[in-house]
Design a protein around this ligand. Structure first.
Ligand code: BGC
Length: 459
């Protein structure tokens, strides 16, 4: 495999090590996404929360993530990507221990909000940091380690939920165990270098050269890249630049990808897979086991994406993946609309869910986080990624909160067809507007974006 051969050769091994530690930010994100559905059952038995409080246990994290994504848009520039990740690891430890020790619903909601701040920050600073360190030939694959960690975190949470099912005080363990990867992230990042792009922006060129020389195959390659970064870093940026013609078009692409990633319904599949499978008539135990196969598929196909993203390119994978999700959603809707299918072939629902998650795992899952770390010029990169990430967490909040209400209003098949409709709009947009970023340096990409024709003045 080209990716593996490249990634394990020479100085790329150094990049690989940095990417694995940095991607732990994704693990925190995934662990929380996966753990709460299992823990909730036991928390409800202990605290007897009102239905508002029960929703707030889930929602507080998502709202915290929106706040974390805004704050880290500033701190990734002011404090550095590296320090932002150290702080986010520490905040995560506090939030996880706070959740585990909560004595009542309010304390738990506050602790989950704090966790969310950390998750929102880590969600985009991880891919940002990795893509700024990686050489262009393997940037797609190594940056997507972040997505691999997200899906591994989700899967690890399923296993923890299952393993602690019969243990007393189990939900406290489920939530508290998250402190461990948080701690490893904070300590690991303490020993990592700063991003070379951030160093150049601070005028610390010699340190940037040093990092690049350790991360590139030759000194010449490092020096050439440093030259490109310096040329780009000369340009001053302000928030207003987010609205300049070329950048504005990219911000729109980032936001559309962010919203599409959620409106296609991925987290309803993640949160509600057992519930959806139970509707097909299988028992609770079988539904949970089948949901595990959805989790494993997510991991396996994310690995496939990592292996081929740098060869096949981002655009083809995103398009094929989005079309795959649409077809699976349409088929899932047909399944729920047909009483014959439900009675005679309940396995069809499982096949559709697996096809759906495999398509998401090669498309919108990794490609969204990767491309928002590639398409913005350095001067606005953190701010523009922050805007896209806020759009992602806000839509995650809306879709997850209203899934059950929506199925009540327009039936479950109607809900899946609605998601498919959003997918069709997104696929059309991607086909016409998405650039290819494979095998190009971040500076080449942003040069093209910034030199986009200004719009003709009207009047
Ligand atoms: C999305 C998450 C989702 C996960 C599932 C990520 O890229 O941002 O919302 O839970 O993928 O695979």
């Amino acid at each position: 495999m080209d990716f593996l051969r490249e990634a394990f050769s020479g100085n790329n091994r150094f990049v690989l090590r940095l990417a694995i530690i940095a991607a732990l930010g994704g693990f925190l994100f995934g662990y929380d996404t996966g753990v709460i559905s299992g823990a909730l059952l036991y928390i409800e038995a202990d605290f007897h929360p009102s239905s508002f409080e029960a929703q707030a246990f889930v929602g507080a994290l998502l709202i915290g993530a929106v706040v974390g994504a805004i704050l880290s848009g500033f701190s990734a520039d002011a404090l550095s990507r590296r320090r932002t990740k150290i702080v986010s690891g520490c905040v995560y430890v506090l939030g996880a221990l706070g959740s585990a020790a909560a004595q009542g619903p309010t304390q738990l909601i506050v602790a989950r909000f704090v966790l969310g701040i950390s998750v929102g920050a880590a969600s985009f600073v991880s891919p940002l940091y990795i893509s700024e360190l990686a050489p262009k030939r393997i940037r797609g694959g190594v940056t997507s380690f972040n997505q691999l960690m997200i899906v591994s975190g989700i899967f690890a949470a399923y296993i923890v939920n299952w393993a602690f099912g019969g243990v007393s005080g189990n939900w406290r363990w489920m939530l508290g165990l998250g402190a461990l990867p948080g701690l490893i992230l904070a300590v690991g990042m303490y020993f990592q270098p700063f991003s070379p792009r951030w160093l150049v922006e601070q005028g610390r060129e010699e340190e940037a050269r040093d990092v690049l020389r350790r991360a590139r195959s030759s000194e010449d390659e490092a020096d050439e890249e440093l030259g490109e970064i310096k040329a780009e870093a000369k340009e001053e940026g302000s928030l207003r630049d987010l609205l300049s013609p070329g950048v504005r078009a990219m911000v729109l692409i980032g936001v559309v990808m962010a919203v599409a990633q959620q409106l296609i319904g991925v987290n309803t599949v993640i949160y509600y897979a057992p519930t959806i499978l139970k509707l097909t008539g299988v028992g609770t135990g079988a539904a949970i086991t089948q949901a595990l196969s959805v989790g494993i598929t997510n991991v396996i196909f994310t690995i496939v994406a990592i292996l081929i993203l740098d060869r096949v390119g981002r655009r083809p994978l995103l398009l094929v993946g989005t079309v795959g999700c649409i077809l699976a959603l349409v088929a899932l809707g047909i399944f729920f609309a047909s009483s014959t299918l439900k009675q005679e072939a309940p396995v069809v629902a499982l096949i559709c869910l697996i096809a759906y998650i495999a398509s998401f795992a090669v498309g919108l899952g990794p490609v969204f986080w990767l491309m928002i770390s590639e398409i913005f010029p350095l001067k606005v990169r953190s701010a523009a990624m922050s805007v896209s990430t806020v759009a992602n967490w806000s839509s995650n909040f809306l879709v997850s909160t209203f899934f059950l209400t929506l199925t009540g209003a327009i039936t479950i098949q109607g809900t899946f067809w609605l998601y498919a409709g959003f997918g069709v709009l997104a696929a059309i947009f991607f086909a016409f507007r998405l650039p290819e970023t494979k095998d190009r340096s971040l500076e080449e990409i942003s040069h093209e974006v910034s030199s986009a024709e200004p719009e003709p003045e009207s009047g």
